[in-house]
Design a protein around this ligand. Structure first.
Ligand SMILES: Cc1cc2nc3c(=O)[nH]c(=O)nc-3n(C[C@H](O)[C@H](O)[C@H](O)COP(=O)(O)OP(=O)(O)OC[C@H]3O[C@@H](n4cnc5c(N)ncnc54)[C@H](O)[C@@H]3O)c2cc1C
Length: 421
């Protein structure tokens, strides 16, 4: 774990001398194997976490790659600025977020984080430090954004921030009874709302198929600018036994959640933290899935087939009896992602959590794969630990342009899996 930027080169060359492939990691909040490197070395970047510069007049923030979103928000929010894109947890590093070209609830307005990266420093395993900007003619910048750490080690990056008046968010929650209604709400909310997202009940079938709660919001025009992190309000004390989460308990939970939210629907003003990062308020939330853990499954389906394919996925999940506990549905806008391997594109993304029930869960995900493939969609590597190589190749046609930029001294379990023949 390097503590200073200039230590990193020495660490990298010592691994190169040993012939051990390296992989830089952040908080390892990626759900799959893109931040694992079996048999190789992991370079934990989380101690390189200094803010290097922030200029309110240009809105540019430069920070070391291990700086967390939490730290950056604590610096800029009280000064009236916000990060242009934030994922569902603030415990991710800048380097990790760039390497996955993360998206937030405002993709239709701001696109991915990579669009806001103005400059970055990349260390290659041969010791070369290369400063890259979006106009880089070699293609290495485009390969590094969303490049899953495979092009080298990001030492620092400079991103553009956005102005805000307050850390409060004015939200409106609207229940919907089916997928058609979700798409109408998403379309209607594109112009007037910066942040849009929906929770969807994946257990419900029949007349309740596709019901959920749509949430849309904007930064409040005035109010406090406070993002002080508080200790989680609740915590899961231990890993729950696997049987606790079953079709019946999840069905009961989802019905209760839907009905409570339905009756409390309407406008409200909430804190930034509870709006963007509700799971950060629950300590050890992952323990709820028990000792066998869970799989995430996040797809994106292009507009032409989004309604039909989303409906088919929901029917498949509901019929399987393997409910997804936390299911998030959102539409992504037209702004192109800069990375050759960026996941976001225009369409509809469905993110699902499945408790791991071994073969049964793998079979369900294989059925979902076929729906995604037929619809011309793809899966998010940050959330994946199992997609077959053919699925990855079909979803990421720019792989052939990306591959020449892979640093020969870098490796990940994800790379080994999706390139296996
Ligand atoms: C609760 C939760 C909600 C989430 N919500 C969203 C969401 O809304 N949108 C979204 O897009 N994602 C979301 N994610 C996924 C998360 O944003 C990404 O997985 C993010 O990349 C994790 O950052 P990290 O610092 O933990 O990186 P890690 O998981 O440690 O690493 C991720 C990748 O980045 C590479 N990497 C890390 N540091 C560097 C570096 N310095 N140089 C080069 N490569 C590096 C790694 O090799 C790896 O390939 C969510 C995850 C969680 C747990």
């Amino acid at each position: 774990m390097p503590l200073w930027r200039d230590e990193t080169t020495g660490l990298v060359s010592s691994q190169a001398r040993l012939g051990r492939p390296l992989l830089a990691t952040g908080f390892r909040r990626s759900y799959g194997d893109s931040c694992l490197n079996t048999g190789g070395a992991l370079l934990d970047m989380t101690s390189l976490a200094r803010i290097m510069a922030f200029d309110p007049s240009t809105r540019l923030l430069r920070a070391e790659a291990g700086a967390s979103f939490d730290l950056m928000l604590q610096l800029i929010v009280p000064r009236g600025f916000f990060l242009p894109v934030v994922p569902g947890t603030r415990f991710v590093t800048l380097g990790g977020a760039i390497a996955n070209d993360v998206h937030g609830k405002n993709h239709h307005r701001n696109g991915t984080l990579g669009r806001w990266v103005k400059r970055l420093m990349l260390l290659r395993s041969d010791g070369q430090e290369i400063e890259l900007t979006p106009d880089d003619p070699t293609g290495l910048f485009q390969a590094t954004i969303g490049g899953l750490g495979l092009t080298g080690i990001i030492l620092w990056a400079e991103i553009e921030t956005i102005p805000i008046a307050s850390s409060l968010i004015e939200v409106e929650t609207i229940p919907f009874e089916g997928i058609g209604e979700f798409f109408r709400l998403a379309k209607d909310s594109e112009t007037g709302y910066e942040h849009n997202v929906a929770w969807i009940d994946c257990v419900a079938g029949g007349k309740n198929l596709g019901r959920g709660i749509f949430t849309r919001g904007n930064h409040a025009p005035s109010g406090p600018r406070d993002v002080t992190a508080r200790a989680p309000k609740a915590s899961v004390p231990c890993k729950l036994p696997g049987y606790v989460l079953n079709q019946h308990t999840m069905g009961a939970f989802n019905s209760l959640y839907f009905n409570v939210r339905k009756h409390r629907a309407g406008p409200d003003t909430v804190s930034m933290l509870s709006f963007f990062h509700p799971l950060d308020g629950v300590g050890h939330w992952n323990r709820i899935y028990g000792p066998r853990g869970m799989y995430q499954y996040q797809s994106i389906i292009p507009p032409a087939s989004q309604e039909e394919a989303t409906c088919e996925m929901l029917k498949t999940i509901s019929a399987s009896g393997q409910a997804s506990f936390l299911a998030v549905l959102k539409t992504l806008g037209r702004l192109p992602s800069p990375g050759l391997l960026s996941f976001p594109r225009e369409g509809t993304t469905l993110a699902l959590d499945f408790p791991n029930r071994g073969e049964t869960t793998l079979r369900l995900m294989a059925r979902l794969d076929e729906i995604v493939l037929k619809a011309g969609g793809r899966l998010y590597p940050a959330k994946d630990g199992r997609m077959p190589a053919r699925m990855f190749k079909a979803g990421y046609p720019d792989w052939d342009r990306f591959a020449p930029h892979i640093d020969p001294g870098v490796r990940s379990d994800f790379l080994a899996r999706v390139t296996a023949t």
